[in-house]
Design a protein. Sequence first.
Length: 120
Amino acid sequence: MIHHVSVEVSDLEQSGRFYDAVVGALGWRRHVERPDRIGWGIVKPVFYASARDEPGSPSGHICFASPGISGVKGAWESGIAAGGADDGAPGQRPEYGAVYYSAYLVDPDGNRVEIAVGSH
């Protein structure tokens, strides 16, 4: 079981807006808001974006679970509207299972963000 996940970002304010849009569409909200970190979740923070101290290249992939296909589409559309880049439009992913449906974005720092419903 994962307790929490964090990504480092170069512009916390910009990334905050992006992740507000993506995870907000899934029913998440900000639980932590500090000058160096923002944390989101449903009941408690489980995903954090932290200000990067030094320049670096993106290295992350995070997949957020959606309760349904409409959530995948909504989170992807919200992420695009908030400055994310399309990295795979919402659709079936039969290579991951008969009922796997997901979408992919690239966040403002180049990390790959997936929103999915179904099982691998």
